[in-house]
Design a protein around this ligand. Structure first.
Ligand code: UGA
Length: 429
């Protein structure tokens, strides 16, 4: 099918590329000429495992093209996906201006029936507003359908998640666009759930909020584990084997971050507030998440006593593994907190150092993860990169002035670390 994706951020670029990979003809639109030029030349603006190869392959095969012109994108396809940012505003509500702008641009360019599919994460009832905007700003009186099709991919695993989804949610106001959406998604061999638009929009916010709740829950249980000598990993394993609970998203950590969970939680609380419901459960999820970072910083302070002029090595800057994304990164938050206490930092991240340089100043960026510990009073693991599990622990122990390691991601076995001579402090163990 001929498809257009407006917005080539994480969601738009991965979606467009995977659509091309399964054989659709895809036009990706972005209003940033530099980004479009880079993509046209075979580069990609983000780090996402497997994505660069897929972009190159599909551009080469002529199935994937890039343009800055929304009008061109609208003209070339019958189905237009919107994947633009819906960032948070200071009061927690969502800034819908990018989406509204795109709806107006699509309306102005439409000359025949189009299916306009929203992939951006939006508050419930946005579909109605998009439909109104298209009707209002359309020049020609052409028919159209608005569809809500939320995306569930995780950064760092985006290609994998998109190619092998658990389910595809399609929210519609009439049955007319359904066959087209079924055809688009047929190659992905996943269950397609057809709902009304409001339900589809709610599924997205409710899912992300539930996953964040799961993490805060396990982090709260981790506090009890630390207080009683239990082990959070064993507790999570024992809980997760119950299929009703499930094993995933039960990793205790120094808290969740990223461009989705914190934003979507605030938005969902705000949406609830607007319909007269005080979603206190989710406010507590936020509270537990913030407290988790406070507790971790306190743990470092209690061990090192005064942080002023202490040198601390930090492994990890991205908000999670396999990405260069530093938006709302707990690791960066931690760095800033340590700096505020006067600590001197040596930092490393396999992919996020370039992006971090813009916001994390006055630190030493170290290219080799095994060299970070040199001259440090302690080492901290802040992101769950797999390669940190291969850290040369012998070298680190010798390089540290005191062999102290704070692990905010539980990458190592406490007994083994003790045997190796470390003072090892992790989460909930
Ligand atoms: C999240 C959802 O998982 C996706 O389904 C959704 O599509 C996406 O938001 C979105 O709305 O666009 P993402 O933010 O990319 O995906 O990353 P996650 O893997 O969910 O991790 C989020 C944060 O939670 C990270 O900081 C991670 O380290 C943390 N986390 C995750 C934990 O602390 N413990 C866990 O068990 C899992």
């Amino acid at each position: 099918m001929k498809l257009t994706i407006i917005g080539t951020g994480y969601v738009g670029l991965v979606t467009g590329t995977c659509f091309a990979e399964v054989g659709h003809q895809v036009v990706c639109v972005d209003n940033d000429p530099a980004k479009v030029k880079l993509l046209q030349e075979g580069g990609i603006p983000i780090y996402e495992p497997g994505l660069e190869e897929l972009v190159k392959k599909n551009v080469g095969a002529g199935r994937l093209t890039f343009t800055t012109s929304t009008a061109e994108g609208v003209e070339k396809s019958d189905v237009i996906f919107i994947a633009v940012p819906t960032p948070p505003q200071p009061d927690g509500s969502v800034d819908m201006s990018f989406l509204e702008r795109v709806a107006r641009d699509i309306a102005a360019a439409m000359t025949s029936y189009k299916i306009v599919v929203d992939k951006s994460t939006v508050p419930v009832q946005t579909g109605d507003k998009v439909a109104e905007a298209i009707k209002r700003y359309g020049k020609a009186r052409v028919e159209f359908d608005v569809v809500s099709n939320p995306e569930f991919l995780r950064e760092g695993f985006a290609v994998e998640d998109l190619m092998h989804p658990d389910r595809i949610v399609v929210g519609v106001r009439s049955q007319r666009p359904v066959p087209a959406l079924q055809e688009i998604y047929a190659p992905f061999n996943a269950p397609i759930i057809i709902t009304d638009i409001n339900s589809a929009e709610l599924i997205k916010h409710a899912s992300n909020s539930f996953l964040a709740l799961k993490i805060s829950y396990i982090n709260a249980v981790a506090v009890l584990c630390e207080a009683t000598g239990a082990n959070i990993q064993e507790v999570a394993h024992g809980m997760g084997m119950d299929e009703r609970i499930g094993r995933r998203f039960l990793h205790a950590s120094l808290g969740f971050g990223g461009s989705c969970f914190p934003k979507d939680l605030s938005a969902f609380i705000k949406i609830a507030e607007q319909v007269g419901y005080d979603f206190r459960l989710l406010k507590e999820v936020q509270h537990i998440n913030a407290a988790q970072m406070d507790r971790f910083v306190k743990k470092i302070q209690e061990t090192l006593w005064v942080l002023k002029d202490k040198t601390i090595g930090v492994l990890g800057l991205a908000f999670k593994q396999n990405t260069d994304d530093i938006r709302s990164s707990p690791a960066l938050d931690l760095c800033h907190r340590l700096q505020k206490e006067g600590a001197v930092l040596r930092v490393h991240d396999p992919k996020a150092m370039e992006k971090a340089k813009a916001v994390l100043k006055d630190v030493t960026y170290v290219e080799d993860m095994n060299a970070v510990a040199e001259g440090c009073d302690a080492l901290v693991i802040a992101t769950e990169w797999d390669e940190f599990k291969k850290l040369d622990l012998d070298r680190a122990r010798k390089a540290l002035t005191h062999p102290i390691l704070f692990d905010g991601r539980n990458l190592f076995d406490p007994a083994e670390m003790e045997r190796l001579g470390f003072i090892y402090k992790s989460i909930g163990r």
